[in-house]
Ligand binder design. Sequence first.
Ligand code: DQA
Length: 144
Amino acid sequence: MKILIVHGPNLNLLGKREPEIYGTTTLDEINSLLKKEAETLGIEIEFFQSNSEGEIVTKIQGAMGKFDGVVINPGAYTHTSIAIRDAVASTGISTVEVHISNVYKREEFRQKSFISGVAVGVISGFGVDSYLLGLRGLVSYLKN
Ligand code: DQA
């Protein structure tokens, strides 16, 4: 089984970016934790980060036939991107949406996700663990 992890805009700044909301763990550290988790689960994993909506759409399209599923933190595109939603829907690739913060506890504009309606599930608010829980959930979903 092969899973693609997609990190959206500004997540390259994790560690420095609003640490009171997103913590101090860097993106590289998150990817290392995910790699360890993937080894434990006996699956393959690949990482992609982009600040550009079009690049994320292209990467999801390219995942068709190469990956069994996607774990995505779409960052702010969660709340704006019909294009990323359509990419997930068009490819039909099993996708789990994750957020470090609990978006439902924050500003109203963060409480709308264009991605949730086409995702297998959503995990929000567990810090870095959201990624690990999302990966575990997706693998279990794909196995069953
Ligand atoms: C985020 C939540 C989004 O609202 C925000 O724009 C982000 C990060 C999270 O992981 O909590 O960039 O997706």
